[in-house]
Design a protein. Structure first.
Length: 129
């Protein structure tokens, strides 16, 4: 079940002291890498699949429902900001709930922001620039 989601620039990239690029990433590859994150257990089960709403913490359940409502109304979502973690895995710096909710709803690719200096680290995840 894939849905159409529109994305807008995340305003926090303008507040940072480094330039950012917008890239479109393959969410399956991103989630596979993010599974190594210390925080992935909050949203992913042991098999690396996104947990159902009822299995999330209460605050994450509410955030997911808010994002789903925005999507249903056709409202744009702010692009997540990704980085590379200490274990060379993808980390979701900002917009974790947006990325994971979109993926849970069947989105296969999505635009994200990455620091320009880390663009080479994302070559394996990029489907378009």
């Amino acid at each position: 079940m894939s849905v159409t989601i529109t994305f807008e620039e995340n305003p926090s990239v303008k507040l940072r002291n480094q330039p950012y690029e917008t890239i479109k990433v393959d969410l399956e590859k991103v989630l596979k890498s993010w599974k190594a994150s210390l925080y992935s257990f909050e949203w992913l089960d042991q098999d690396g699949k996104i947990k159902p709403v009822a299995a999330l913490k209460e605050a994450d359940q509410e955030r997911r429902r808010q994002i789903e409502a925005r999507i249903e109304k056709g409202m744009p979502l702010e692009m997540p900001i990704l980085g590379i973690g200490m274990l060379d895995n993808v980390e979701i710096g900002v917009g974790k709930a947006v990325l994971l909710t979109a993926a849970a709803m069947g989105t296969k690719t999505m635009p994200v922001h990455v620091a320009s200096v880390h663009l080479d680290d994302f070559k394996a995840y990029i489907v378009a620039r």
